[in-house]
Design a protein around this ligand. Structure first.
Ligand code: AMP
Length: 287
């Protein structure tokens, strides 16, 4: 596996892979890798078994644009040594680890990409500017790498829908793949931020997923009122954890539109704070 900090070196390597007829796959991350990240490299690598030769680019970049001023940019966990061995084991071909100056040499008058709908709900409400930071960096990565395929996790469901919209609106020729959420054995969605949790919080955190499952089974038993399902989830979290709910929402899965009566495919999404640590999770439910 190669590692580079530089756009020119990255492009040279990708160019060679493309000359060999390989399909270029991009997996953007902020590092501190866990199996949620690595599962995407493994899923991509499986395409080789289908006789499609692929070249996997994984980026690790803690993108300052997507953090608010009071957020955890400075203390976001970083460990490049560990990340590079994990990426290599997972079959990544090249790890792109740019410095901030490489990505944003002119930070002052930066051109940014913003998706106008979809970003003023859910996580966008409490994190103004967050999605603009995400779409800006992802658009840059798409232009740097020119991937045929890009993987994003379903764990960040709103992010996936926003990026899908950007790709559509800007006619970016990339195939997006949503990777299923990878969980710890007790159900907690893997996240680099789980490392912030104190022991007691870590014990309670899987209840978020269990509350989503309870919501899903209430729907399966015939409940059609989203507010009843949301309330059930809220009650469980409030009763069984010390977490402070930011939101529990049920929206249309394809476009995050509002749902009056539960039908079709919906996403149940939540954000909960355990002390300074903000966790998100979601599940898709077919009604
Ligand atoms: P991050 O490093 O948190 O920015 O995540 C990088 C990519 O990995 C994003 O597309 C995330 O949605 C995805 N991801 C993060 N956690 C998980 C998980 N537990 N399961 C699947 N994908 C994940």
């Amino acid at each position: 596996m190669k590692i580079t900090e530089y756009i020119t070196a990255l492009r040279e390597n990708i160019g060679k892979a493309r000359e060999q007829g390989k399909t270029v796959v991009l997996i953007p991350t902020m590092g501190y890798l866990h199996y949620g990240h690595l599962s995407m490299a493994e899923a991509a690598r499986k395409q080789d078994e289908d006789h499609e030769e692929i070249y996997i680019v994984m980026s690790i970049f803690v993108n300052p644009l997507q953090f608010g001023p009071q957020e955890d940019f400075d203390k976001y966990p970083r460990n490049l040594g560990r990340d590079s061995s994990l990426a290599q084991e997972a079959g990544v071909d090249i790890l792109f680890v740019p410095a901030i100056e490489e990505m944003y040499p002119e930070r002052e008058n930066l051109t940014q990409v913003s998706v106008s709908g979809l970003t003023n709900i859910l996580c966008g409400l409490q994190r103004p500017g967050h999605f603009q930071g995400v779409t800006t960096v992802v658009a840059k990565l798409f232009n740097i790498v020119l991937p045929d395929v890009a993987y994003f996790g379903q764990k960040d469901y709103q992010q996936f829908v926003v990026i899908k919209q950007m790709v559509k609106d800007l006619n970016i020729p990339v195939k997006l793949i949503a990777a299923p959420t990878v969980r710890e054995a007790d159900g907690l969605a893997m996240s680099s931020r789980n490392s912030y949790l104190e022991a007691k919080e870590r014990k309670q955190a899987p209840i978020l997923y269990h509350s989503l499952l309870e919501g899903a089974s209430l729907i399966a038993s015939g409940e059609k009122r989203p507010e009843v399902v949301r309330e059930k989830i809220r009650q469980k979290i409030n009763k069984e954890t010390s977490g402070k709910i930011e939101y529990v929402e049920i929206l249309k899965a394809d476009n995050l539109g509002p749902v009056d009566t539960l039908q079709g495919q919906v996403v149940i999404a939540l954000a909960v704070h355990f002390g300074p640590t903000r966790l998100i999770d979601n599940i898709l439910v077919e009604v």
